[in-house]
Write a new protein. Structure first.
Length: 119
């Protein structure tokens, strides 16, 4: 992520990868938006039909019921109750095996990292 601008940072990780990690099925039906059922904690109740959708070309999601929207990073933040920075740090550590300082010390599968199985 070195040398990226703010837009690139918030477009990472791809929302499709994030949804796959959480086991959320999203089936493309045509058009630009891919629908899925919103699992966010702020969502009221269980969906019978998809209430949210994402755009693969923009890596952006929107829930039409609870009103949450944003990037893959935003989705992680909302699901885990983390700040944007902590969500990015947890995701990066899980896919790269490195902590924010660049060392692998302290990054273990048994850590409290919600993304320990990514990568």
């Amino acid at each position: 992520m070195a040398g990226c601008d703010r837009g690139e940072f918030f477009a990472w990780p791809p929302i499709s990868d994030v949804l796959e990690h959480y086991g959320i099925p999203a089936v493309r039906t045509g058009g630009r938006w891919v629908p899925f059922r919103c699992p966010l904690p702020s969502h009221p109740g269980e969906d019978k039909r998809p209430s949210a959708a994402y755009r693969p070309d923009k890596s952006y999601f929107n829930c039409f019921v609870c009103g949450e929207r944003g990037s893959g990073l935003t989705f992680i933040r909302l699901m885990e109750g983390l700040s944007d920075w902590k969500a990015a740090e947890a995701y990066w550590a899980s896919v790269s095996g490195e902590s924010r300082t660049g060392s692998t010390a302290g990054v273990t599968a048994a850590s409290a990292d919600p993304f320990a199985d990514w990568g």
